[in-house]
Design a protein. Structure first.
Length: 687
C-alpha cells in the first residue's frame, strides 16, 4: 500500500519585510500545507501578515530556474554547472586582468542569507580585488544609516521591536507601517489600545496609521528636515530638552544650537506648510513624553537630501534625550528581509563585515591576515555603489557586473538609462530563482534556491540574527547561493572548502568584532541574537545604554543647513509623484506575483489622485490617465481618494510595464547616492 509521506515541520524566517517574523512551515514533499505561527517566535509570536502566511507558492512556480543558462546568439540555452561556472570564472578573471579590478561590480542580495552576503563581498574583495560591492540598501535605508552614523555611531535600529511597543510616544515619519511592516504596526495598534501609547504621524499621504494617530501632520513633500529642526529648536528654547543628558552624553551642543537659528516656527510653517499650532503641539508631545521611538522609512530617505533629514531626526531624538533607555531611539524600518544583514556582512563599498572601514590600514591588515593574503592584495580604495556601477556601465568604466537576486532593471531609477547601461556591459552574470527583468540582460544566469530550500541566517530590522532551515530540497538543478559562490571561488583559484553555512559564520565571528559571539549553536531553533554580540555570547538588544559608538562614547549633535529638493514642480510638470508599497505585494512582484493567492487579491496598477485635483481636471474614479515625467510616460487607471492631497499623486511601486521607474530620475542624494525616487515632478492627462 502507498503511504502518504510524513508532514515535515520546519522553522523558517519570512523572506519579505525586515520585521523578521519566523514560523513553522508544514510541508509534505514539496507541497506547502500551511504556515503555522508559534509562541516561541522571538519577534512575532503567533502573528504574521498575509505575505508571511500565504505568499509562498512561488517556490513551486513552473517558471523557477532549474538549470544554468548561457546566452548564445541572442538566446539563452541550457548549460551544465561546470560549463556555466567555468565561463563566469574565466570571463571575470580576464576582465580583471585586462581592465583592472574596479571595472567589475557586484550587487549582493538583500534577500539571500548573511553567509551568502559575506561570500559575495569576499569574492569581490579577495579574488577580484575591488570594493565595488553593494546591496539594495543603497536604494532605501543608506541615508538613514548615514544619519545614525553621524550622530550615534551604529547604523542599525537603536533598540528592539519590544522597545517600540513600550514607548510612551511612537512617531512615524514617511513610513506606511501598516502595509510595509504590518506585524510592528499591529503591535503599535495594540499598545495604543491597551496602554494608551501616543501616536504622532507625519506623512504627505493619509495611510492607515495616520487615521489612528493622536496627531496627523501632512508636511509638504521633501521638507521634513525643516520641521524636524524647528521642533528641536522649540524643545531647546522652551525648557523641554533633556539638559542632563545633553551635558553628560552629547558633543557639539552649542554648535548645533547655533545652526538652528534659521529654523523658527514661522520659517518652518512657510517651508513645510504645517500650521504653527501643529508644530508646537508635536514639539510638546515629544518634549513631555518619558520615552519616544521614532520610526522612519523611504518617505524620508528617497529624497535628494535624505541623509540630512535622517540626521535631523536623530538630532531631534538626542535633544529630547531619547537614546539609550528602554522605549527610546531611532528606528529606520528595513524593507527587504535581509537588507540589514547584507550590509552587516559586508556588501557595502566602504565597509568590511561588521562595519569595519576598507580605507583603514590596520583593518585591512586584519582582514588580509584572516584571509591568508598580503595586505596589498586588498584595496584601500572605497568602491562604486549600485548607483555608480549602473551609471558607469554606460561609459565602460564598469565592464562586468555580477548581480545576485536583485531586480535592478526594474528597481533602479530611470530604467531607460539602466537598460542602456546593461546593454553596454561586456559581461553580466545574474544569480536568481527566476529569469527576472534584470536576468534578461545577462550573459549567464545561475539558478539559485529560495530560503526554504537551504540553510542560513537572516538579520531583521532590530539587528536580530535568526536561523532558517530547509523545508524541502533544491528544485531541479538549482543550488543554494552559498554553494554556487563557494564553487565559483574554487574555479578562480580559492578553494575555501565550506561544507555548511555554519563554517562561514564561524569565520566571520572570528574576524568581525560585532559578531564575536555568534555561532549556529547559540542560534539553534527559535534562539536569536541582536548584534553586537560579545565573545561570551552576550548580545545587545538595546544600544547605547553605556555610551555611544563613537571615539569618546558621546553622541554628536550634527549641524545642518536646509537645501531645496533637486526636482521641483513647474508649469509643465505641475504635480509631484509619491510612491510606495502595498500590503499584499513585495517589490517587483517576482515572488508575490507568482503566488496566485496573493496576486488575485490586488487590483491592476493605479495612480491615486486627490478629490480636489480630480474635480479640477475632470478625472473620475477609474478614468484612464497618462502620467508623464521628464523621463517618460505611463498609462493607468486613476483612483480618486483623500489618501493623497492637493497636487500630490501616489503610485504603487510593484506593477506595470514599464513600471514606475520609467518616470523617476537619476537626481540623488550626493552624500550616499540614493536616488530621489520620491521627488518626481509629473503632469497628468485624461485619456
Ligand atoms: Fe513577513 Fe514582514 Fe509580514 Fe512578518 S510582517 S510575515 S516579516 S512580510
Amino acid at each position: 500500500y502507498w503511504r502518504q509521506p510524513e508532514i515535515k515541520k520546519t522553522k523558517t524566517v519570512c523572506t519579505y519585510c525586515g520585521v523578521g517574523c519566523s514560523f513553522e512551515m508544514w510541508t509534505r514533499d514539496r507541497h506547502i500545507l500551511k504556515v503555522q505561527p508559534v509562541v516561541e517566535a522571538p519577534v512575532n509570536g503567533i502573528s504574521t501578515c498575509i505575505k508571511g502566511k500565504f505568499a509562498w507558492d512561488f517556490v513551486n512556480s513552473p517558471k523557477r530556474l532549474t538549470t544554468p543558462l548561457i546566452r548564445e546568439q541572442g538566446r539563452f540555452r541550457e548549460a551544465s554547472w561546470d560549463e556555466a561556472l567555468s565561463l563566469v570564472a574565466r570571463r571575470l578573471l580576464e576582465i580583471r586582468d585586462e581592465h583592472g579590478p574596479d571595472t567589475i561590480g557586484f550587487i549582493g542580495s538583500s534577500k539571500a542569507s548573511n553567509e551568502e552576503a559575506y561570500l559575495t563581498q569576499k569574492i569581490a574583495r579577495l579574488i577580484i580585488g575591488t570594493n565595488s560591492v553593494d546591496n539594495s540598501s543603497r536604494y532605501c535605508q543608506n541615508p538613514a544609516t548615514k544619519g545614525l552614523f553621524r550622530t550615534v555611531g551604529y547604523g542599525g535600529d537603536a533598540g528592539t521591536i519590544a522597545d517600540i511597543e513600550q514607548a510612551e510616544l511612537v512617531i512615524l515619519v514617511g513610513s506606511n507601517l501598516a502595509e510595509n511592516h504590518p506585524v510592528i504596526a499591529a503591535k503599535v495598534k495594540a499598545a495604543k489600545k491597551l496602554r494608551g501609547q501616543k501616536l504622532l504621524v507625519l506623512d504627505p499621504r493619509k495611510n492607515e496609521m495616520a487615521e489612528r494617530a493622536d496627531l496627523f501632520i501632512r508636511p509638504k513633500t521633501s521638507t521634513d528636515m525643516v520641521w524636524a529642526s524647528a521642533l528641536a529648536r522649540y524643545i531647546l528654547d522652551n525648557g523641554l530638552a533633556d539638559r542632563e543628558f545633553l551635558e553628560s552624553q552629547v558633543n557639539q551642543v552649542e554648535e548645533y544650537r547655533k545652526s538652528l537659528e534659521p529654523f523658527t516656527l514661522e520659517f518652518a510653517e512657510e517651508v513645510t506648510r504645517i500650521p504653527k499650532a501643529q508644530l508646537i503641539e508635536a514639539a510638546e508631545m515629544i518634549g513631555q513624553a518619558e520615552s519616544v521611538c521614532l520610526l522612519w522609512a523611504m518617505g524620508i530617505t528617497q529624497h535628494s537630501h535624505g541623509a540630512d533629514t535622517s540626521t535631523a531626526l536623530s538630532n531631534l531624538l538626542l535633544v529630547s534625550g531619547n537614546y539609550g533607555k528602554p522605549g527610546t531611539g531611532g528606528y529606520p524600518m528595513r524593507g527587504h528581509n535581509n537588507v540589514q544583514g547584507a550590509s552587516d556582512f559586508g556588501c557595502l563599498k566602504n565597509m568590511y563585515p561588521g562595519y569595519e572601514k576598507v580605507s583603514d590600514e590596520k583593518t585591512r591588515a586584519k582582514w588580509a591576515q584572516a584571509w591568508g593574503v598580503e595586505p596589498e592584495r586588498l584595496s584601500l580604495e572605497v568602491g562604486s555603489d549600485n548607483f555608480q556601477m549602473v551609471q558607469d556601465a554606460d561609459t565602460h568604466k564598469i565592464r562586468a557586473m555580477f548581480i545576485i537576486g536583485e531586480e535592478t532593471a526594474f528597481a533602479d531609477a530611470n530604467t531607460t538609462n539602466v537598460h542602456k547601461g546593461f546593454e553596454e556591459l561586456e559581461f553580466m552574470v545574474v544569480q536568481d530563482i527566476f529569469v527576472s527583468r534584470t536576468a534578461e540582460f545577462a550573459d549567464v544566469i545561475l539558478p539559485a534556491c529560495p530560503s526554504v530550500e537551504k540553510e542560513g541566517t537572516f538579520t531583521n530590522t532590530e539587528r536580530r540574527i535568526q536561523r532558517f532551515y530547509p523545508a524541502m530540497p533544491p528544485l531541479g538543478d538549482s543550488r543554494p547561493d552559498w554553494q554556487i559562490l563557494t564553487e565559483l571561488a574554487a574555479r578562480m583559484g580559492h578553494d575555501w572548502g565550506y561544507a555548511h553555512p555554519s563554517q562561514i559564520m564561524d569565520e566571520v565571528a572570528g574576524i568581525a568584532d560585532i559578531f564575536a559571539g555568534v555561532n549556529y549553536e547559540r542560534l539553534e531553533g527559535w534562539k536569536s541574537q541582536c548584534w553586537p554580540v560579545r565573545a561570551d555570547g552576550t548580545d545587545t538588544p538595546l544600544l547605547y545604554t553605556d555610551g555611544f559608538h563613537t571615539d569618546d562614547g558621546k553622541a554628536v549633535l550634527f549641524p545642518l543647513e536646509w537645501k531645496e529638493p533637486d526636482e521641483a514642480q513647474d508649469s509643465e510638470y505641475d504635480l509631484m509623484l509619491d510612491n510606495g508599497r502595498m500590503l499584499e505585494h513585495f517589490q517587483g512582484t517576482n515572488q508575490t506575483g507568482r503566488s496566485p493567492a496573493i496576486d488575485d487579491l490586488v487590483p491592476n496598477w493605479f495612480v491615486e489622485v486627490s478629490p480636489e485635483l480630480a474635480t479640477e481636471r475632470g478625472i473620475e474614479d477609474g478614468s484612464w490617465v497618462k502620467v508623464t515625467s521628464r523621463r517618460g510616460s505611463v498609462e493607468l487607471r486613476a483612483v480618486v481618494t483623500d489618501r493623497v492631497a492637493g497636487t500630490t499623486l501616489f503610485m504603487p511601486i510593484h506593477q506595470g510595464k514599464p513600471g514606475i521607474n520609467h518616470l523617476t530620475g537619476e537626481h540623488h542624494d550626493p552624500v550616499v547616492n540614493t536616488p530621489a525616487y520620491k521627488e518626481t515632478a509629473v503632469r497628468i492627462e485624461l485619456m
